[in-house]
Design a protein around this ligand. Structure first.
Ligand SMILES: Nc1ncnc2c1ncn2[C@@H]1O[C@H](COP(=O)(O)OP(=O)(O)O)[C@@H](O)[C@H]1O
Ligand SMILES: [Mg+2]
Length: 258
């Protein structure tokens, strides 16, 4: 599991507004790639093109190419729903289905896919919750509502739900920004563990987090409000934080703007 993403000359639009311009990058399989950059530079917008969620927004469209291994995600024959199953997503605010039990949250996606066998589902619940480092905390209350968990637990529940359908890639858009420091570290540990299996892309405004969890870092920036965001540089995380090749990157990581 864990596929490579190859993006070529990608432009991303909201109707006539070009939000992101000319992105070419490779995301390595079974590794963590961090996207950093000032607010509004298009990190979330670009991230959502990687599983065709961007086009769900009215006026949302792309030009260019996104390949997942050998598959062109925007080819006419490709089903966007299948893409979103293969490339899962975790959002800023934990969003478990509030009235559903913990168990039902985990298997919501499998149910949609038509899996009914109780034994299979039970096994998947345990496996996914173990995978999300949440099993020990919830194994005695699987039938209780997901909404009753703490914020950090809810986010791990959302990760369990995402990995239950066995995706190749996990996209995470600032998954810790609503969490306390302890829960944040729990998610970071989990990300490090999950990269053994999945390709992970994480947007973060927290530079220490990017430095702690990622293998590669992509820095995005925009010239001015109303202009499209660009990928300024992408490199090994150590390189970006210790010896970036572009001045804008250095200014950003040293806290001079953003
Ligand atoms: N639904 C939308 N409709 C129109 N413009 C949007 C929408 N969402 C975001 N944008 C614009 O796209 C640009 C990039 O936003 P975003 O991807 O959210 O940046 P970031 O995640 O880096 O903060 C911004 O100018 C933002 O205002
Ligand atoms: Mg964002």
């Amino acid at each position: 599991m864990g596929k490579r993403i190859d993006v070529k000359d990608l432009n991303v639009f909201y109707s006539d507004f070009k939000a992101v311009e000319g992105v070419t990058m490779t995301v390595e399989p079974r590794s963590v790639t961090a996207f950093i950059g000032p607010s509004g530079c298009g990190k979330s917008t670009f991230l959502r093109t990687l599983n065709r969620m961007h086009e769900v927004t009215p006026g949302g469209r792309v030009e260019g190419k996104v390949m997942l291994d050998d598959e062109d995600l925007y080819a006419a024959s490709v089903d966007p729903v299948a893409v979103r199953r293969t490339v899962g997503m975790v959002f800023q605010r934990p969003n478990p289905f509030p009235t559903m039990s913990i168990r039902d949250n985990v298997i919501a996606g499998l149910r949609l896919n038509g899996v009914k066998n109780k034994k299979v589902l039970d096994q998947k619940v345990e496996e996914s919750l173990v995978g999300a480092n949440l099993w020990n905390e919830v194994k005695d209350r699987l039938s209780k509502p997901g909404a009753g968990l703490s914020g950090g637990q809810q986010q791990r529940l959302c990760i369990a739900r995402a990995i239950a359908v066995e995706p190749q890639v996990l996209l995470m858009d600032e998954p810790c920004s609503a969490l306390d420091p302890i829960s944040t570290l729990a998610i970071e540990d989990l990300v490090t563990q999950l990269k053994e299996q999945f390709t992970i892309v994480i947007v973060t405004h927290n530079m220490q987090q990017a430095a702690r969890v990622s293998d590669r870092t992509a820095f995005f920036n925009l010239e001015a409000t109303g202009k499209p965001g660009n990928l300024i540089e992408m490199d090994d995380t150590q390189q970006i934080f210790n010896n970036p090749s572009k001045k804008a990157t250095e200014d950003y990581i040293s806290g001079r703007f953003g």
